[in-house]
Design a protein. Structure first.
Length: 284
């Protein structure tokens, strides 16, 4: 279990780095390299033909000689952008392997028994979802990737070996990203549903003002006779994680909509959305 937990932690860190890099890509622009009328036409051709950028066909496009002169400059400018997509593909494969492995090896997630492993597991799921949804918000991704692949072909004489794999990834997630993500998680959907439903009781309990008052959670003036009596550790754990629980419920049901047929699932999701709707857009 220790190795599994370590793998989940490492992958979560990788996802955090990818999210930061994707945010940087959102400000990326190639306008400075396509600064002439013929290169403007060539830019449109790259996007229109993507991912079919065969060398013989691209040579016939207006602006190819001008683009060829800037090929080395383009590969340098877009290299980090391109590598980020390669890293996203590697992360996707490794994250899915780890999530599937955990889902098969853990009999049941119990918040009070294996809270750390459960947290690593659900955090990685959330990050996986955020990475894939955010990629679709990157403007000019086809232009940047297509320009790099074309420039690579011109400077090396060979096709970029990973280009079609990246293009297939973009095509897959571009049209209906949520539907594709739901297909990704179909194999472990039941396990995710079981885990999310286990949060129903603590979420509802700590949503109730009466519970907070009765347990004197935020009471700064308490009875001196009871001050030395330790509060329940489970209460502390639940309170520390209740916001994340809501985030997990929202993102989990987002990609596992079939689990909403469970008794009480829709009510649980509604409770979380009612108090934490913005968490869907928060990158944890």
């Amino acid at each position: 279990m220790a190795k599994l937990a370590e793998k989940l932690i490492v992958l979560e860190d990788v996802a955090s780095g990818l999210l930061a890099r994707i945010h940087q890509m959102m400000t990326f622009s190639l306008d400075g390299l396509f600064n002439s009328p013929e290169l403007e036409k060539y830019k449109k051709a790259i996007v229109k033909r993507f991912p079919d950028l065969k060398d013989m066909e691209m040579r016939k496009v207006t602006g190819d000689p001008a683009f060829a002169k800037k090929a080395s400059e383009v590969t340098t400018a877009v290299a980090d952008f391109y590598r980020t997509f390669l890293d996203i593909l590697n992360f996707k494969d490794e994250a899915w392997k780890a999530l599937n492995e955990v889902s098969q090896q853990i009999v049941a997630f119990d918040f009070n028994l294996n809270v750390d492993l459960l947290t690593y597991y659900l955090n990685l799921i959330s990050r996986y979802i955020h990475v894939h949804l955010l990629v679709n918000r990157v403007k000019d991704r086809k232009l940047a990737l297509g320009a790099y692949a074309r420039a690579y072909n011109i400077t090396s004489g060979n096709s970029e070996p990973s280009f079609h794999q990246i293009a297939a990834y973009l095509e897959k997630y571009e049209k209906e990203d949520l539907k594709v993500l739901a297909d990704d998680f179909k194999e472990i959907s039941r396990r995710i549903g079981d885990t999310l439903m286990s949060f129903a009781k603590p979420i509802r309990q700590w949503l109730e003002v009466k519970t907070l008052v009765d347990k004197r959670v935020f009471n700064v003036v308490t009875d001196p006779k009871t001050m030395c009596i330790p509060a329940g550790e489970n209460n502390h754990l639940e309170l520390m994680h209740v916001v994340r629980m809501k985030q997990w419920v929202i993102t989990g049901f987002l990609v596992c909509p079939g689990e909403l047929v469970r008794e009480g699932a829709v009510d649980l999701l509604f409770d979380c959305l009612k108090t934490h709707l913005f968490s869907l857009f928060i990158v944890m």
